[in-house]
Write a protein that binds this ligand. Structure first.
Ligand code: ATP
Ligand code: MG
Length: 902
């Protein structure tokens, strides 16, 4: 049975049982604390924790999931994908254990011709929580599973909670016995690859008061409304129903694996065993390729772009790991994604048609990342070779080892994966101190962790916010689209990370009002500033506004004077100038976004933005730099539309309406949510929760300052708006005015005049350098006369002022040859051309015979210059940073000679 059919039967079955079909939420969910949706219940959390009233009593979904912790399992077990789909049925205070168990049994065991999955009841096992006799009784009563196939397990396996106080309860899992060829007998407790978990039923029936760990928590009492949350792994069931060994071989994944095998000439399934952990390493690599290519496709489809942190980093890792695995399989010379990604798209678009319509954008992002990685690999090869060449060979031992620090630097600075370093070093007969490398990696990870915790606590602990949100019982009302002053009531005060009832003059607090016109930073728009004046006369100054958890707006404020107490009423007043200026920037961002898409095509999608007072930056996906002519066209287009004074309007509508209007940025939205579409005239339509100017004419001027790259495939434009754009242009104009006055030409003649001056200057410099050289070389004879004797060595030392390095070398060699080879001779000179000091030393054969080496002398001298250098025994050169130390450097050489020979 095809995966698409399993999915269809699921939704039909539960729809017929009165469940509302809810489409999948996008993988990057609106909760910033979550990397990706990792279970079907995630979009329903607000209902389960009682934050929102459920819209239905029964719902069902097939949710896209990504689990990064399972990354290491990919290919090594038969059942873990980084991307997978979780089929779920949910009851909100409706049916409970009986319904969940009966539905699951019915759907799994109803024969296929009658619309079920037709699993053999003899092969099914169930687990229940050890104290849950109710569930155990229901399995015996409602299904054919005999008592010996119902296994009791403890909290670790069969108890669910969210890791914080709130709902929790026992779970019951359904396993399928895949047969003796998949592993040892004895049930799920013995072998989870043979007895594979396919479906997890969670019964939320208790309120937990404290959760210290997975297994250590306190139960406060029963929940008023009991809920059911279930999750069945679509791919796992597909592997069973398609009679394949693992989920990399199902119809949605295998075509990519097969293509990868074809490209690399590998035969998949070299080891006849069905047990995944006994697979040939090449089979594991092929599975990694197939899994990661699909996950990358789905992530980019949902708007994730490769980056160096958070979600973007996960995507980058997936893509690079897939490319790297292809390399290890022998595919080196050409990019692999242009072959593999379309194969994955062709399969996945059967369930997700938007992957096909969006494929131009998706593939561009993926291919650009592969190009970037290939460049890293190419330059990394040179870097690695250099690192290897620096490793001293130890003739006593014969072995050469790269230090952990070097391997770490390759990884950290150049993104060179350790396995690549190992492999390439081995090719050159060099081993790598891997434990040392791992130690440094662990240290870095710990630093990153400490960093993340400290950032979070600056935000306060989310539990503090959660308490305020619970007490409020609803979202804070944002009035700022229509008003800049609103009356509100103080509903929460947080000081030093703790909830308090009151605060006084001088206190820095976080203030929650039941309604506020203050815009919290988000969607690229910076926060409003302003004041809150309470009816009791107290005044607070608002510095920052944030949304630490969904629905809660928090003002970071200082009490200027007076006292603020929970329950006080007052007026919240937004700083209008700042707000207007930010709003103008935000409208300008939309207009530039639209104009860039007009110029480059629809694949240029927004990848980030920041709207600040009077200025903004806008990041978008593009393969290449924006040509200056395109940049100027975009600017002209936008400014022309400012003059048309287009009305800017915001409208709330359903996602379908927004899509049919052609609104941009339609991913990352939760299904069913109404969306706000901001339009500039009939021209730019974009999903946006921010604030805007009322008409495009209010923007005045938009001036693009330039364009740059901020990572592979992502470009950034920066711009000024309104008064800031005007002052910038006025300043530039004044500078041009000053230049034309000084140079005595009209402004349009400036470029020609300046380049004329520059070329004459270059000629003059060349002439001076020539004269200097002649003079210096002519002085060679005189320098010979300055030779001194240091313990039998003839020594010439000379400070050649600003002589260029090449000329300095000629002079050194000239003096050395004039001195002949009868006596040991050392010539050392230093100079500083353009502020960069250079020291050069030369020895003749007689000097080398008594052990004087130019390289040693220069190393000493360069140290004095704050730099380094070296070279051969007869001639060596070094440099540094401090031109004032030239004579000190020469002194150092003399010092070495005196010590040795004086
Ligand atoms: P396991 O112990 O096998 O990793 P789990 O306990 O992590 O599974 P749940 O969190 O209960 O799984 O998720 C519900 C269902 O989702 C599982 O029964 C399984 O069918 C499916 N599932 C979980 N993780 C994956 C994965 N990485 N790839 C594919 N399916 C998965
Ligand atoms: Mg798991």
């Amino acid at each position: 049975m095809e995966t698409a059919e399993i999915r269809r039967r699921w939704l039909t079955f539960f729809e017929e049982k009165g469940h509302t079909v809810v489409p999948s939420a996008p993988l990057p969910f609106d909760d910033p604390n979550l990397l990706f949706v990792a279970a079907g219940m995630v979009p329903f959390v607000p209902y389960f924790v009682g934050q929102e009233t459920p819209k239905w009593s029964r719902a069902t979904s097939v949710q896209k999931c990504v689990r990064t912790p399972d990354l290491e399992e990919v290919g090594k077990t038969s059942r873990h994908g980084t991307f997978f789909q979780m089929n779920g049925n949910f009851s909100f205070g409706d049916y409970f254990k009986d319904g969940a168990i009966a539905y699951a049994w019915e759907l799994l065991t109803t024969p296929q011709p009658q619309g079920g999955y037709g699993l053999d009841p003899e092969k099914l096992w169930a687990t229940v929580y050890e104290d849950d006799d109710e569930a155990r009784g229901l399995w015996l009563e409602l299904t054919d599973i005999p008592a010996e196939r119902i296994v009791k397990r403890g909290r670790r396996d069969n108890y669910w909670h969210m890791g914080i106080a709130g709902p929790g309860g026992p779970s019951s899992e359904i396993f399928i016995d895949r047969g003796a060829e998949y592993g040892s007998d004895g049930g799920p407790a013995v072998d989870e690859d043979r007895f594979m978990e396919i479906w997890n039923l969670v019964f939320m029936q208790y309120e937990l008061s404290a959760v210290r760990s997975k297994e250590d928590f306190d139960v406060r009492g029963p929940l008023p409304a009991r809920n059911v949350d279930t999750g069945l792994g679509l791919e796992r069931l597909a592997s069973v129903l398609q009679g394949v060994d693992n989920l990399y071989e199902i119809d949605e994944v295998f075509p990519v694996l097969d293509k990868a095998a074809e490209m690399t000439g590998k035969t998949y399934g070299q080891n006849p065993s069905h047990v995944a952990s006994e697979s040939h390493p090449d089979d594991v690599r092929l599975r990694v390729v197939a899994d990661h290519v699909r996950t990358s496709l789905m992530l980019i489809g949902d708007g994730v772009t490769p980056g160096n942190e958070g979600r973007g980093y996960v995507l980058r890792r997936m893509l690079r790991r897939a490319i790297r695995s292809m390399r290890l399989l022998g595919w080196q010379d050409a990019p692999s994604l242009p072959v593999l990604l379309p194969v994955s798209m062709a399969r996945m678009s059967q369930s997700y048609p938007e992957l096909r319509t969006d494929f131009a954008r998706i593939s561009q992002v993926a291919y650009a990342e592969e190009e970037a990685f290939r460049r890293t690999l190419a330059s990394g090869t040179t870097i690695l070779d250099t690192a290897v060449s620096r490793i001293p060979s130890d003739p006593a031992q014969g072995a050469r080892e790269m230090s952990g620090a070097q391997a770490f630097a390759l990884h950290d600075t150049y993104g060179f994966p350790i396995d690549l370093t190992l492999e390439m070093a081995a090719e050159q007969g060099v081993s790598v101190d891997e434990p040392g490398f791992r130690r440094l990696m662990a240290e870095q990870r710990n630093r990153a962790k400490a960093d993340a915790t400290s950032k979070k606590s600056a935000h306060g602990d989310t539990a503090v916010y959660r308490r305020v949100a619970d007490a409020l019982g609803r979202d804070v009302e944002f009035t700022g689209y229509d008003e800049v002053v609103s009356e509100g009531r103080v509903r929460g005060i947080i000081r030093d990370g703790a909830n308090v009832d009151a605060a006084g003059t001088g206190d820095a607090i976080e203030l929650v009002l039941d309604r506020t016109p203050f815009y919290a930073e988000g969607g690229g728009q910076l926060a409003d500033g302003g004041r809150v004046e309470l009816a009791n006369g107290a005044v607070l100054e608002v510095r920052d506004v944030q949304k630490p958890i969904s629905g809660l707006i928090v003002h970071r404020a200082t009490v200027v004077f007076g006292e603020v107490t929970t329950g006080d009423v007052g007026n919240a007043e937004v700083d209008i100038e700042r707000r207007r200026s930010i709003s103008r920037a935000h409208t300008a961002t939309h207009m530039v976004h639209k104009a860039i898409r007009e110029a480059l095509g629809e694949t240029a999608t927004q990848a980030g933005s920041e709207n600040a007072p009077g200025r903004f930056r806008f990041d978008f996906t593009a393969q290449q730099a924006l040509a200056p002519s395109v940049l100027s066209d975009v600017e002209t287009r936008v400014n022309a539309l400012l003059l048309e004074d287009l009305p800017v309007q915001a409208e709330v509508m359903t996602q379908e309406q927004a899509r049919s209007l052609g609104a941009m940025a339609l991913f990352g939205e939760k299904y069913g949510d109404a969306v706000r579409v901001v339009s500039v005239g009939d021209w730019a339509k974009e999903l946006c929760g921010g604030t805007h100017a009322q008409r495009s004419g209010q923007l005045g001027i938009v001036k693009l300052l330039g364009e740059s790259s901020i990572g592979s495939g992502v470009r950034r434009v920066e711009a000024l708006v309104g008064a800031d754009a005007y002052s910038f242009l006025a300043r530039e104009h004044a500078i041009v005015g000053q230049l034309s006055e000084v140079l005595k030409v009209r402004s349009e003649e400036l470029p020609e005049r300046v380049s004329g001056i520059l070329s004459r200057l270059r000629d003059a410099e060349r002439e001076i350098a020539g004269a200097r050289r002649e003079k210096a070389l002519a002085g060679a004879a005189r320098l010979v006369d300055t030779a001194r004797d240091i313990g039998g060595v003839t020594f010439v030392s000379h400070d050649a002022d600003a002589l260029a390095a090449d000329d300095l070398r000629s002079l050194v060699l000239d003096v050395r040859s004039r001195l002949g080879n009868e006596r040991s001779t050392v010539v050392a000179m230093a100079a500083a051309a353009n502020g960069r000091p250079v020291v050069i030393a030369a020895t003749n054969a007689a000097a080398r015979d008594v052990g004087v080496k130019a390289g040693d002398l220069v190393r000493q001298a360069a140290r004095a210059l704050g730099g380094g250098g070296g070279g051969k025994d007869d001639l060596a050169q070094g440099g540094g940073t401090d031109p004032a130390k030239v004579s000190e450097a020469l002194g150092a050489i003399e010092g070495v000679l005196r010590e040795r020979h004086g």
